[in-house]
Design a protein around this ligand. Sequence first.
Ligand SMILES: *[C@@H]1O[C@H](CO)[C@@H](O)[C@H](O)[C@H]1NC(C)=O
Ligand SMILES: *[C@@H]1O[C@H](CO)[C@@H](O)[C@H](O)[C@H]1NC(C)=O
Ligand SMILES: *[C@@H]1O[C@H](CO)[C@@H](O)[C@H](O)[C@H]1NC(C)=O
Ligand SMILES: *[C@@H]1O[C@H](CO)[C@@H](O)[C@H](O)[C@H]1NC(C)=O
Ligand SMILES: *[C@@H]1O[C@H](CO)[C@@H](O)[C@H](O)[C@H]1NC(C)=O
Ligand SMILES: *[C@@H]1O[C@H](CO)[C@@H](O)[C@H](O)[C@H]1NC(C)=O
Length: 404
Amino acid sequence: MPVAASALSWLAVAGRSSSSAMTRLMLGRTLERICKGVLLLCLLHFLIMMILYFDVYSQRFDLFSRFNNGRNGSRNNVSGAAGNGHHFYYYNLSRPNATLASYAATGEQVVPSSQPETNQTPSPKPLPPCPENPPGLVGRLLIEFSSQMTMERVQKENPNVTEGGRYTPPDCQPRWKVAIIIPFRHRENHLKYWLHYLHPILRRQRIDYGIYIINQLGEDTFNRAKLLNVGYTEALKEAEYDCFIFSDVDLIPMDDRNLYHCYDQPRHFAIAMDKFGFRLPYAGYFGGVSGLSKKQFLKINGFPNEYWGWGGEDDDIYNRITLNGMKVSRPDVRLGRYRMIKHERDKHNEPNPQRFNKIQNTKNTMKKDGISSLTYRVVQVKRYPLYTNISVEIGKPPPRPFKG
Ligand SMILES: *[C@@H]1O[C@H](CO)[C@@H](O)[C@H](O)[C@H]1NC(C)=O
Ligand SMILES: *[C@@H]1O[C@H](CO)[C@@H](O)[C@H](O)[C@H]1NC(C)=O
Ligand SMILES: *[C@@H]1O[C@H](CO)[C@@H](O)[C@H](O)[C@H]1NC(C)=O
Ligand SMILES: *[C@@H]1O[C@H](CO)[C@@H](O)[C@H](O)[C@H]1NC(C)=O
Ligand SMILES: *[C@@H]1O[C@H](CO)[C@@H](O)[C@H](O)[C@H]1NC(C)=O
Ligand SMILES: *[C@@H]1O[C@H](CO)[C@@H](O)[C@H](O)[C@H]1NC(C)=O
Protein backbone atom coordinates (compact mmCIF):
# COMPACT_ATOMS: atom_id res chain seq x y z
CA MET A 1 0.00 0.00 0.00
CA PRO A 2 2.15 2.89 -1.17
CA VAL A 3 -0.33 5.54 -0.05
CA ALA A 4 -0.47 4.17 3.44
CA ALA A 5 3.30 3.77 3.50
CA SER A 6 3.99 7.35 2.45
CA ALA A 7 1.49 8.59 4.99
CA LEU A 8 3.32 6.62 7.61
CA SER A 9 6.70 7.92 6.65
CA TRP A 10 5.26 11.40 6.74
CA LEU A 11 3.95 10.66 10.19
CA ALA A 12 7.35 9.42 11.19
CA VAL A 13 9.09 12.53 9.87
CA ALA A 14 6.53 14.84 11.30
CA GLY A 15 6.78 13.23 14.71
CA ARG A 16 8.81 15.84 16.55
CA SER A 17 8.46 14.52 20.04
CA SER A 18 11.35 12.92 21.73
CA SER A 19 9.53 9.70 22.53
CA SER A 20 11.31 6.65 21.32
CA ALA A 21 11.34 5.71 17.65
CA MET A 22 10.15 2.26 18.72
CA THR A 23 6.76 3.53 19.87
CA ARG A 24 6.34 5.44 16.66
CA LEU A 25 7.18 2.40 14.61
CA MET A 26 4.61 0.29 16.45
CA LEU A 27 1.97 2.97 16.01
CA GLY A 28 2.83 3.08 12.33
CA ARG A 29 2.46 -0.66 11.92
CA THR A 30 -0.98 -0.64 13.58
CA LEU A 31 -2.15 2.22 11.38
CA GLU A 32 -0.91 0.45 8.32
CA ARG A 33 -2.87 -2.65 9.23
CA ILE A 34 -6.05 -0.63 9.79
CA CYS A 35 -5.62 1.09 6.42
CA LYS A 36 -5.19 -2.23 4.67
CA GLY A 37 -8.30 -3.55 6.33
CA VAL A 38 -10.35 -0.55 5.30
CA LEU A 39 -9.18 -0.76 1.72
CA LEU A 40 -9.99 -4.44 1.55
CA LEU A 41 -13.47 -3.79 2.88
CA CYS A 42 -13.96 -1.08 0.27
CA LEU A 43 -12.99 -3.46 -2.49
CA LEU A 44 -15.31 -6.15 -1.20
CA HIS A 45 -18.14 -3.66 -0.99
CA PHE A 46 -17.51 -2.53 -4.54
CA LEU A 47 -17.50 -6.13 -5.76
CA ILE A 48 -20.80 -6.91 -4.07
CA MET A 49 -22.34 -3.77 -5.48
CA MET A 50 -21.23 -4.77 -8.96
CA ILE A 51 -22.71 -8.25 -8.60
CA LEU A 52 -26.01 -6.87 -7.33
CA TYR A 53 -26.09 -4.26 -10.06
CA PHE A 54 -25.63 -6.76 -12.86
CA ASP A 55 -28.05 -9.13 -11.23
CA VAL A 56 -30.82 -6.53 -11.23
CA TYR A 57 -29.83 -5.50 -14.72
CA SER A 58 -30.06 -9.05 -15.96
CA GLN A 59 -33.51 -9.39 -14.43
CA ARG A 60 -34.76 -6.51 -16.52
CA PHE A 61 -33.08 -7.09 -19.80
CA ASP A 62 -32.23 -10.75 -19.83
CA LEU A 63 -28.74 -9.91 -21.04
CA PHE A 64 -27.14 -12.12 -18.48
CA SER A 65 -29.28 -15.17 -18.81
CA ARG A 66 -26.59 -17.16 -17.05
CA PHE A 67 -27.63 -15.45 -13.85
CA ASN A 68 -31.19 -16.62 -14.17
CA ASN A 69 -31.05 -19.99 -15.77
CA GLY A 70 -29.45 -22.06 -13.10
CA ARG A 71 -31.50 -20.59 -10.36
CA ASN A 72 -34.89 -21.15 -8.82
CA GLY A 73 -35.35 -17.87 -7.08
CA SER A 74 -38.73 -16.31 -6.52
CA ARG A 75 -38.29 -14.37 -9.73
CA ASN A 76 -38.19 -17.58 -11.69
CA ASN A 77 -41.56 -18.43 -10.34
CA VAL A 78 -44.50 -19.15 -12.57
CA SER A 79 -46.57 -16.01 -12.76
CA GLY A 80 -44.37 -14.43 -10.16
CA ALA A 81 -44.79 -10.75 -9.60
CA ALA A 82 -41.78 -8.81 -8.48
CA GLY A 83 -42.99 -5.76 -6.67
CA ASN A 84 -41.18 -2.51 -7.21
CA GLY A 85 -43.11 0.12 -5.37
CA HIS A 86 -46.41 0.25 -7.18
CA HIS A 87 -45.10 -1.11 -10.41
CA PHE A 88 -45.38 -4.79 -11.00
CA TYR A 89 -43.56 -6.96 -13.43
CA TYR A 90 -45.61 -9.99 -14.30
CA TYR A 91 -43.97 -12.79 -16.09
CA ASN A 92 -44.48 -16.43 -16.71
CA LEU A 93 -41.26 -18.25 -17.39
CA SER A 94 -42.95 -21.59 -17.79
CA ARG A 95 -44.42 -20.20 -20.98
CA PRO A 96 -42.45 -21.53 -23.90
CA ASN A 97 -39.80 -19.09 -25.07
CA ALA A 98 -40.76 -16.36 -22.68
CA THR A 99 -38.11 -13.75 -22.19
CA LEU A 100 -37.97 -10.83 -19.89
CA ALA A 101 -36.74 -8.51 -22.60
CA SER A 102 -40.23 -7.85 -23.88
CA TYR A 103 -41.30 -6.55 -20.49
CA ALA A 104 -38.49 -4.08 -20.22
CA ALA A 105 -39.24 -2.88 -23.72
CA THR A 106 -42.88 -2.12 -23.08
CA GLY A 107 -42.36 -0.14 -19.93
CA GLU A 108 -43.36 -0.58 -16.35
CA GLN A 109 -46.67 -2.34 -16.24
CA VAL A 110 -46.27 -5.47 -18.21
CA VAL A 111 -47.91 -8.81 -18.65
CA PRO A 112 -46.91 -12.00 -20.36
CA SER A 113 -47.34 -11.91 -24.07
CA SER A 114 -48.90 -14.95 -25.61
CA GLN A 115 -46.52 -14.79 -28.56
CA PRO A 116 -43.25 -16.63 -28.56
CA GLU A 117 -40.45 -14.11 -28.70
CA THR A 118 -39.06 -15.05 -32.07
CA ASN A 119 -38.76 -11.57 -33.49
CA GLN A 120 -38.44 -8.13 -31.96
CA THR A 121 -42.02 -6.90 -32.39
CA PRO A 122 -44.54 -8.55 -30.06
CA SER A 123 -47.64 -8.43 -32.24
CA PRO A 124 -50.68 -8.39 -29.87
CA LYS A 125 -49.90 -5.68 -27.39
CA PRO A 126 -49.83 -7.11 -23.87
CA LEU A 127 -52.83 -6.02 -21.83
CA PRO A 128 -52.32 -3.73 -18.86
CA PRO A 129 -53.12 -5.18 -15.44
CA CYS A 130 -56.73 -4.69 -14.42
CA PRO A 131 -57.18 -1.63 -12.19
CA GLU A 132 -57.20 -2.31 -8.47
CA ASN A 133 -60.27 -0.13 -8.12
CA PRO A 134 -62.30 -0.94 -11.22
CA PRO A 135 -63.75 2.26 -12.67
CA GLY A 136 -67.08 0.78 -13.82
CA LEU A 137 -68.45 -0.06 -10.37
CA VAL A 138 -71.80 1.42 -9.43
CA GLY A 139 -71.78 1.05 -5.61
CA ARG A 140 -75.00 0.29 -3.75
CA LEU A 141 -77.37 -1.99 -5.65
CA LEU A 142 -81.07 -2.61 -5.52
CA ILE A 143 -81.61 -6.31 -4.87
CA GLU A 144 -85.08 -7.85 -4.99
CA PHE A 145 -86.48 -11.29 -5.53
CA SER A 146 -90.02 -10.57 -6.63
CA SER A 147 -89.59 -10.31 -10.38
CA GLN A 148 -89.92 -13.49 -12.40
CA MET A 149 -86.52 -14.91 -13.24
CA THR A 150 -85.67 -17.43 -15.93
CA MET A 151 -82.37 -18.94 -16.96
CA GLU A 152 -82.99 -17.77 -20.55
CA ARG A 153 -83.27 -14.19 -19.37
CA VAL A 154 -80.05 -14.42 -17.38
CA GLN A 155 -78.29 -15.91 -20.39
CA LYS A 156 -79.43 -13.04 -22.60
CA GLU A 157 -78.12 -10.58 -20.03
CA ASN A 158 -74.71 -12.22 -20.03
CA PRO A 159 -73.69 -13.01 -23.59
CA ASN A 160 -69.98 -12.81 -22.85
CA VAL A 161 -69.93 -15.47 -20.17
CA THR A 162 -68.50 -18.60 -21.77
CA GLU A 163 -69.50 -22.22 -21.27
CA GLY A 164 -69.30 -23.44 -17.70
CA GLY A 165 -69.83 -19.91 -16.34
CA ARG A 166 -66.36 -18.63 -17.16
CA TYR A 167 -65.41 -15.05 -17.82
CA THR A 168 -62.23 -13.09 -18.29
CA PRO A 169 -61.98 -9.33 -18.81
CA PRO A 170 -61.30 -8.60 -22.48
CA ASP A 171 -59.27 -5.44 -21.96
CA CYS A 172 -56.95 -6.05 -19.05
CA GLN A 173 -54.90 -8.71 -17.34
CA PRO A 174 -56.88 -9.82 -14.26
CA ARG A 175 -55.06 -9.87 -10.94
CA TRP A 176 -56.79 -13.00 -9.70
CA LYS A 177 -58.16 -16.18 -11.14
CA VAL A 178 -61.15 -16.85 -8.94
CA ALA A 179 -63.17 -20.04 -8.59
CA ILE A 180 -66.55 -19.35 -7.02
CA ILE A 181 -67.79 -22.43 -5.23
CA ILE A 182 -71.46 -22.84 -4.33
CA PRO A 183 -72.58 -25.79 -2.19
CA PHE A 184 -75.91 -26.84 -3.54
CA ARG A 185 -78.97 -29.03 -3.32
CA HIS A 186 -82.47 -28.32 -4.66
CA ARG A 187 -82.13 -24.56 -4.91
CA GLU A 188 -82.59 -24.02 -8.65
CA ASN A 189 -84.80 -21.01 -8.10
CA HIS A 190 -82.22 -19.23 -5.91
CA LEU A 191 -79.49 -20.00 -8.37
CA LYS A 192 -81.27 -18.02 -11.10
CA TYR A 193 -81.28 -14.88 -8.96
CA TRP A 194 -77.73 -15.46 -7.83
CA LEU A 195 -76.52 -15.72 -11.45
CA HIS A 196 -78.68 -12.77 -12.51
CA TYR A 197 -77.06 -10.49 -9.95
CA LEU A 198 -73.56 -11.90 -9.62
CA HIS A 199 -72.44 -12.25 -13.24
CA PRO A 200 -72.76 -8.51 -13.97
CA ILE A 201 -71.17 -7.60 -10.61
CA LEU A 202 -68.18 -9.88 -11.17
CA ARG A 203 -67.79 -8.57 -14.70
CA ARG A 204 -67.65 -5.00 -13.42
CA GLN A 205 -65.08 -6.07 -10.83
CA ARG A 206 -62.80 -7.19 -13.67
CA ILE A 207 -61.85 -10.57 -12.34
CA ASP A 208 -61.21 -13.78 -14.17
CA TYR A 209 -63.66 -16.27 -12.74
CA GLY A 210 -65.59 -19.52 -13.05
CA ILE A 211 -68.80 -20.55 -11.27
CA TYR A 212 -68.95 -24.06 -9.77
CA ILE A 213 -72.13 -25.51 -8.32
CA ILE A 214 -71.26 -28.49 -6.13
CA ASN A 215 -74.42 -30.52 -6.05
CA GLN A 216 -74.76 -33.09 -3.26
CA LEU A 217 -76.56 -36.10 -4.69
CA GLY A 218 -79.00 -38.19 -2.68
CA GLU A 219 -80.98 -37.18 0.35
CA ASP A 220 -78.53 -37.86 3.14
CA THR A 221 -77.65 -35.08 5.56
CA PHE A 222 -76.17 -32.02 3.87
CA ASN A 223 -72.48 -31.28 4.42
CA ARG A 224 -71.58 -27.78 3.35
CA ALA A 225 -67.88 -27.74 4.27
CA LYS A 226 -67.17 -31.04 2.57
CA LEU A 227 -68.85 -29.78 -0.58
CA LEU A 228 -66.59 -26.72 -0.43
CA ASN A 229 -63.53 -28.97 -0.22
CA VAL A 230 -64.84 -30.86 -3.25
CA GLY A 231 -65.32 -27.55 -5.05
CA TYR A 232 -61.75 -26.51 -4.39
CA THR A 233 -60.41 -29.81 -5.74
CA GLU A 234 -62.67 -29.95 -8.78
CA ALA A 235 -62.16 -26.31 -9.76
CA LEU A 236 -58.41 -26.85 -9.83
CA LYS A 237 -58.97 -29.60 -12.38
CA GLU A 238 -60.63 -27.01 -14.63
CA ALA A 239 -58.11 -24.18 -14.43
CA GLU A 240 -55.18 -22.84 -12.43
CA TYR A 241 -57.22 -20.87 -9.92
CA ASP A 242 -55.32 -19.01 -7.23
CA CYS A 243 -58.32 -17.71 -5.28
CA PHE A 244 -61.43 -19.49 -4.01
CA ILE A 245 -64.63 -17.81 -2.94
CA PHE A 246 -67.17 -19.95 -1.13
CA SER A 247 -70.69 -18.61 -1.36
CA ASP A 248 -74.09 -19.78 -0.31
CA VAL A 249 -76.54 -19.69 -3.20
CA ASP A 250 -79.01 -17.41 -1.43
CA LEU A 251 -76.65 -14.53 -0.62
CA ILE A 252 -76.44 -11.51 -2.91
CA PRO A 253 -74.05 -8.62 -2.22
CA MET A 254 -75.76 -5.23 -2.12
CA ASP A 255 -72.68 -3.30 -3.15
CA ASP A 256 -70.33 -4.11 -6.00
CA ARG A 257 -67.41 -2.41 -4.23
CA ASN A 258 -67.22 -5.55 -2.08
CA LEU A 259 -64.58 -7.01 -4.38
CA TYR A 260 -64.67 -10.77 -4.97
CA HIS A 261 -60.99 -11.57 -5.00
CA CYS A 262 -58.47 -12.71 -2.41
CA TYR A 263 -56.60 -10.68 0.15
CA ASP A 264 -53.48 -10.85 2.34
CA GLN A 265 -55.57 -12.64 4.95
CA PRO A 266 -58.58 -14.97 4.58
CA ARG A 267 -61.58 -12.84 3.71
CA HIS A 268 -65.06 -12.78 5.12
CA PHE A 269 -67.35 -10.98 2.68
CA ALA A 270 -70.87 -11.42 4.06
CA ILE A 271 -70.47 -9.36 7.21
CA ALA A 272 -73.78 -7.51 7.24
CA MET A 273 -76.74 -9.64 6.20
CA ASP A 274 -80.26 -8.36 6.29
CA LYS A 275 -81.33 -11.35 8.40
CA PHE A 276 -78.90 -10.26 11.15
CA GLY A 277 -79.98 -6.61 10.96
CA PHE A 278 -76.99 -5.72 8.75
CA ARG A 279 -74.55 -6.47 11.53
CA LEU A 280 -71.95 -9.11 12.21
CA PRO A 281 -73.79 -11.57 14.49
CA TYR A 282 -70.61 -12.28 16.51
CA ALA A 283 -66.94 -11.42 16.23
CA GLY A 284 -65.82 -14.85 15.03
CA TYR A 285 -68.51 -15.21 12.39
CA PHE A 286 -67.18 -16.55 9.09
CA GLY A 287 -70.35 -17.81 7.40
CA GLY A 288 -72.17 -17.06 4.18
CA VAL A 289 -69.50 -15.86 1.78
CA SER A 290 -65.78 -16.21 2.40
CA GLY A 291 -62.62 -16.36 0.34
CA LEU A 292 -59.16 -17.87 0.67
CA SER A 293 -56.20 -17.89 -1.65
CA LYS A 294 -54.88 -21.30 -2.60
CA LYS A 295 -51.98 -20.82 -0.21
CA GLN A 296 -54.24 -19.81 2.68
CA PHE A 297 -56.56 -22.73 2.01
CA LEU A 298 -53.73 -25.24 2.05
CA LYS A 299 -52.25 -23.70 5.16
CA ILE A 300 -55.37 -24.63 7.13
CA ASN A 301 -55.69 -28.07 5.48
CA GLY A 302 -58.89 -26.91 3.79
CA PHE A 303 -62.20 -27.26 5.58
CA PRO A 304 -63.54 -29.97 7.90
CA ASN A 305 -65.33 -32.93 6.29
CA GLU A 306 -67.10 -34.10 9.40
CA TYR A 307 -69.75 -31.44 10.00
CA TRP A 308 -73.01 -33.04 8.89
CA GLY A 309 -76.11 -30.88 9.07
CA TRP A 310 -76.51 -27.20 9.69
CA GLY A 311 -74.01 -25.09 11.60
CA GLY A 312 -70.58 -25.13 13.17
CA GLU A 313 -68.44 -25.69 10.08
CA ASP A 314 -67.86 -21.96 9.58
CA ASP A 315 -66.72 -21.58 13.19
CA ASP A 316 -64.36 -24.51 12.70
CA ILE A 317 -62.93 -22.76 9.63
CA TYR A 318 -62.54 -19.57 11.65
CA ASN A 319 -60.64 -21.54 14.30
CA ARG A 320 -58.40 -23.10 11.67
CA ILE A 321 -57.50 -19.63 10.42
CA THR A 322 -56.61 -18.18 13.81
CA LEU A 323 -54.85 -21.35 15.00
CA ASN A 324 -52.60 -21.08 11.95
CA GLY A 325 -51.55 -17.54 12.76
CA MET A 326 -53.78 -15.77 10.26
CA LYS A 327 -56.63 -13.41 10.92
CA VAL A 328 -59.81 -12.69 9.06
CA SER A 329 -60.01 -9.57 6.93
CA ARG A 330 -63.33 -7.89 6.26
CA PRO A 331 -64.67 -5.09 4.08
CA ASP A 332 -66.07 -1.85 5.43
CA VAL A 333 -69.41 -2.56 7.07
CA ARG A 334 -71.16 -0.26 4.60
CA LEU A 335 -69.86 -2.31 1.67
CA GLY A 336 -70.34 -5.76 3.20
CA ARG A 337 -74.14 -5.76 3.08
CA TYR A 338 -76.01 -8.79 1.78
CA ARG A 339 -79.52 -9.74 1.00
CA MET A 340 -80.59 -13.28 1.65
CA ILE A 341 -83.32 -14.95 -0.38
CA LYS A 342 -85.99 -15.99 2.09
CA HIS A 343 -86.68 -19.68 2.24
CA GLU A 344 -87.82 -22.51 4.43
CA ARG A 345 -85.11 -24.48 6.17
CA ASP A 346 -83.93 -27.20 3.81
CA LYS A 347 -84.88 -30.77 4.46
CA HIS A 348 -82.03 -32.99 5.60
CA ASN A 349 -80.03 -30.05 6.87
CA GLU A 350 -81.18 -29.97 10.48
CA PRO A 351 -78.99 -28.23 13.04
CA ASN A 352 -76.08 -30.45 13.91
CA PRO A 353 -76.29 -31.22 17.65
CA GLN A 354 -72.58 -32.09 17.82
CA ARG A 355 -71.41 -28.76 16.48
CA PHE A 356 -70.70 -27.14 19.86
CA ASN A 357 -68.45 -30.01 20.93
CA LYS A 358 -66.71 -30.20 17.62
CA ILE A 359 -65.67 -26.57 17.40
CA GLN A 360 -63.89 -26.94 20.74
CA ASN A 361 -61.64 -29.54 19.14
CA THR A 362 -60.50 -27.88 15.93
CA LYS A 363 -56.94 -27.81 17.18
CA ASN A 364 -56.86 -31.60 17.46
CA THR A 365 -58.89 -32.43 14.38
CA MET A 366 -57.70 -30.00 11.74
CA LYS A 367 -54.48 -31.81 10.90
CA LYS A 368 -56.18 -35.09 10.03
CA ASP A 369 -59.59 -33.86 8.91
CA GLY A 370 -59.44 -31.59 5.87
CA ILE A 371 -58.46 -31.40 2.25
CA SER A 372 -55.81 -34.04 2.99
CA SER A 373 -58.44 -36.61 3.99
CA LEU A 374 -61.15 -35.73 1.48
CA THR A 375 -62.90 -38.62 -0.29
CA TYR A 376 -65.87 -38.36 -2.64
CA ARG A 377 -67.09 -39.53 -6.01
CA VAL A 378 -67.88 -37.29 -8.97
CA VAL A 379 -70.94 -38.59 -10.75
CA GLN A 380 -71.39 -35.90 -13.38
CA VAL A 381 -69.76 -32.68 -14.55
CA LYS A 382 -72.05 -30.62 -16.73
CA ARG A 383 -71.12 -27.26 -18.24
CA TYR A 384 -74.06 -24.93 -18.66
CA PRO A 385 -73.79 -21.49 -20.26
CA LEU A 386 -73.72 -19.72 -16.89
CA TYR A 387 -72.22 -22.27 -14.49
CA THR A 388 -70.66 -25.68 -14.14
CA ASN A 389 -72.71 -28.29 -12.30
CA ILE A 390 -70.61 -30.89 -10.51
CA SER A 391 -72.72 -33.62 -8.95
CA VAL A 392 -71.03 -35.64 -6.25
CA GLU A 393 -71.59 -38.39 -3.75
CA ILE A 394 -69.98 -37.45 -0.47
CA GLY A 395 -71.28 -40.23 1.78
CA LYS A 396 -73.32 -39.87 4.90
CA PRO A 397 -72.70 -39.14 8.55
CA PRO A 398 -71.25 -41.94 10.65
CA PRO A 399 -73.84 -43.64 12.84
CA ARG A 400 -74.51 -41.55 15.94
CA PRO A 401 -72.77 -43.17 18.94
CA PHE A 402 -75.26 -44.71 21.31
CA LYS A 403 -75.96 -42.33 24.15
CA GLY A 404 -75.72 -44.10 27.50
C1 LIG B 1 -35.49 -25.76 -10.29
O1 LIG B 1 -36.73 -26.33 -9.97
C2 LIG B 1 -37.07 -27.46 -10.75
C3 LIG B 1 -38.46 -27.91 -10.35
O2 LIG B 1 -39.12 -26.97 -9.59
C4 LIG B 1 -36.05 -28.55 -10.51
O3 LIG B 1 -36.35 -29.66 -11.35
C5 LIG B 1 -34.67 -28.03 -10.86
O4 LIG B 1 -33.69 -29.00 -10.55
C6 LIG B 1 -34.37 -26.77 -10.08
N1 LIG B 1 -33.09 -26.21 -10.50
C7 LIG B 1 -32.22 -25.73 -9.65
C8 LIG B 1 -30.96 -25.22 -10.21
O5 LIG B 1 -32.44 -25.67 -8.44
C1 LIG C 1 -43.25 -19.79 -6.10
O1 LIG C 1 -44.09 -18.95 -5.34
C2 LIG C 1 -44.92 -19.65 -4.47
C3 LIG C 1 -45.82 -18.63 -3.78
O2 LIG C 1 -45.72 -17.38 -4.35
C4 LIG C 1 -44.07 -20.41 -3.48
O3 LIG C 1 -44.90 -21.16 -2.61
C5 LIG C 1 -43.15 -21.36 -4.23
O4 LIG C 1 -42.28 -22.02 -3.33
C6 LIG C 1 -42.32 -20.59 -5.23
N1 LIG C 1 -41.52 -21.52 -6.02
C7 LIG C 1 -40.23 -21.30 -6.27
C8 LIG C 1 -39.57 -22.31 -7.12
O5 LIG C 1 -39.65 -20.32 -5.84
C1 LIG D 1 -47.75 -19.92 -17.87
O1 LIG D 1 -47.48 -20.54 -19.12
C2 LIG D 1 -47.86 -21.89 -19.18
C3 LIG D 1 -47.44 -22.44 -20.54
O2 LIG D 1 -47.89 -21.65 -21.59
C4 LIG D 1 -49.38 -21.97 -18.98
O3 LIG D 1 -49.77 -23.33 -18.98
C5 LIG D 1 -49.74 -21.35 -17.64
O4 LIG D 1 -51.14 -21.32 -17.49
C6 LIG D 1 -49.21 -19.93 -17.57
N1 LIG D 1 -49.48 -19.39 -16.25
C7 LIG D 1 -50.02 -18.18 -16.07
C8 LIG D 1 -50.24 -17.77 -14.67
O5 LIG D 1 -50.27 -17.42 -17.00
C1 LIG E 1 -38.76 -21.70 -28.99
O1 LIG E 1 -37.78 -21.11 -29.83
C2 LIG E 1 -37.03 -22.05 -30.57
C3 LIG E 1 -35.97 -21.29 -31.32
O2 LIG E 1 -36.38 -20.01 -31.65
C4 LIG E 1 -37.97 -22.81 -31.52
O3 LIG E 1 -37.25 -23.76 -32.25
C5 LIG E 1 -39.02 -23.51 -30.67
O4 LIG E 1 -39.96 -24.15 -31.52
C6 LIG E 1 -39.76 -22.51 -29.81
N1 LIG E 1 -40.67 -23.21 -28.97
C7 LIG E 1 -41.93 -22.85 -28.86
C8 LIG E 1 -42.77 -23.70 -27.97
O5 LIG E 1 -42.38 -21.87 -29.41
C1 LIG F 1 -69.65 -8.48 -24.95
O1 LIG F 1 -68.43 -8.33 -25.64
C2 LIG F 1 -68.50 -7.45 -26.75
C3 LIG F 1 -67.17 -7.48 -27.45
O2 LIG F 1 -66.11 -7.38 -26.53
C4 LIG F 1 -68.88 -6.06 -26.30
O3 LIG F 1 -68.99 -5.19 -27.39
C5 LIG F 1 -70.20 -6.14 -25.56
O4 LIG F 1 -70.51 -4.87 -25.02
C6 LIG F 1 -70.15 -7.14 -24.44
N1 LIG F 1 -71.48 -7.29 -23.87
C7 LIG F 1 -71.68 -7.23 -22.55
C8 LIG F 1 -73.09 -7.40 -22.11
O5 LIG F 1 -70.78 -7.07 -21.77
C1 LIG G 1 -76.95 -30.63 -11.53
O1 LIG G 1 -76.95 -31.96 -12.04
C2 LIG G 1 -77.75 -32.85 -11.29
C3 LIG G 1 -77.53 -34.25 -11.86
O2 LIG G 1 -77.77 -34.29 -13.22
C4 LIG G 1 -79.20 -32.41 -11.37
O3 LIG G 1 -80.00 -33.29 -10.61
C5 LIG G 1 -79.30 -31.01 -10.81
O4 LIG G 1 -80.61 -30.54 -10.93
C6 LIG G 1 -78.36 -30.09 -11.52
N1 LIG G 1 -78.41 -28.81 -10.89
C7 LIG G 1 -78.30 -27.67 -11.53
C8 LIG G 1 -78.41 -26.43 -10.75
O5 LIG G 1 -78.10 -27.63 -12.72
